[in-house]
Ligand binder design. Structure first.
Ligand code: MTE
Ligand code: MO
Length: 227
C-alpha cells in the first residue's frame, strides 16, 4: 500500500475516534437522532442527518484498485448455505437481471442521489443458495483485501443487489467493477467494491472498517457512523 493510502486510512480512523461528521444533535443525544422516528420512508427528508449532496460520483477506497478481468472473475458464495455456488462471469450474467435506482451515503458526509444500478438481486442469490436457518450474517470479501459484514436480515430485501452497471454503463474499475455490492439502507462502506466472496456465518464477524472504529450497524438515518 502506498504512503498516501496509509494516510487516508489513518485519517478515517481518526475521524472515527473524534466522531467527525456527527451533527451537534447526534453528539448530544447519542445515536438515536432520527428526526421523526415514526415517519415513514416516504415522509422522511431525502438527505440523512449530517449529509450533503454532491454532484458526480466521488471515489473512495483503500487506494488499491485491483484490475479484475472478466475471464478471471468469479463470485464464491459459501458457508451456511444449502447450495454453495462459484459463479464465473457467464454464470453471473445468466441470472435474472434487475435495475434499481437508489441514493448512496458515504460516512464522510457526502451523498449522491438516483444512482441507477443493474445486476442480480440479492433475493435471487438467496433463492439459489438457500441459506441454512443458522445463517445470520454475511461477510463480504474483496480483491483489494477489504471486507465488510452485513446482517442477513438487511440483505434479504428488494433494494439490495450485486451490481455490474452504473447509470447504464459497465461499472468502472474505480467504482468497484466488474462487480460490487449495493446496500442502499446502510452507509456505503457496507457495499463491497470488487466483491469476490460471500461467507454466510452463524454470528457476526466485523470487517475492515468495523474493527477500525466504524459502526457495526451503519444506519444513515440515525447517524450511526461510529462504534
Ligand atoms: N473493496 C472495497 N469496497 C469498498 C471500499 C474499499 O475501500 N474497498 N470502500 C467503501 C467506502 S468507505 C465507500 S464510501 C464506497 C465508495 O464507493 P465509490 O468509490 O464507488 O464511491 O465503497 C465502499 N466499498
Ligand atoms: Mo465511505
Amino acid at each position: 500500500m502506498s504512503e498516501s493510502n496509509d494516510k487516508l486510512i489513518k485519517k478515517k480512523e481518526e475521524w472515527a475516534r473524534e466522531k467527525r461528521g456527527l451533527t451537534p444533535q447526534a453528539r448530544e443525544e447519542g445515536i438515536s437522532v432520527r428526526q421523526n422516528p415514526t415517519a415513514s420512508q416516504a415522509e422522511r427528508p431525502r438527505l440523512p442527518p449530517g449529509q450533503h449532496r454532491v454532484k458526480g460520483f466521488p471515489v473512495l477506497d483503500l487506494g488499491i484498485q485491483p484490475e479484475v478481468g472478466l475471464e478471471k472473475w468469479s463470485l464464491d458464495v459459501q458457508g451456511l448455505v444449502e447450495n454453495p455456488v462459484t459463479w464465473d462471469w457467464q454464470d453471473f450474467m445468466a441470472q435474472p437481471q434487475i435495475t434499481l435506482i437508489s441514493d448512496f451515503h458515504c460516512v464522510t458526509t457526502w451523498s449522491t442521489f438516483d444512482n441507477r444500478w443493474q445486476g442480480v438481486s440479492f433475493k435471487h442469490l438467496l433463492s439459489v443458495i438457500r441459506p441454512k436457518p443458522e445463517a445470520n450474517h454475511v461477510l463480504f470479501t474483496s480483491h483489494d483485501g477489504y471486507s465488510t459484514n452485513v446482517p442477513l436480515s438487511v440483505l434479504n430485501d428488494d433494494d439490495v443487489l450485486i451490481a455490474h452497471r452504473w447509470n447504464d454503463e459497465p461499472l468502472t474499475r474505480e467504482h468497484g467493477g466488474p462487480v460490487r455490492m449495493i446496500v442502499p439502507k446502510l452507509y456505503a462502506w457496507k457495499g463491497a467494491k470488487w466483491v469476490k466472496g460471500m461467507n454466510f456465518l452463524p454470528q457476526d464477524r466485523p470487517g475492515y472498517w468495523e474493527v477500525r472504529g466504524y459502526s457495526n450497524t451503519a444506519d444513515p438515518w440515525t447517524e450511526d457512523r461510529y462504534a
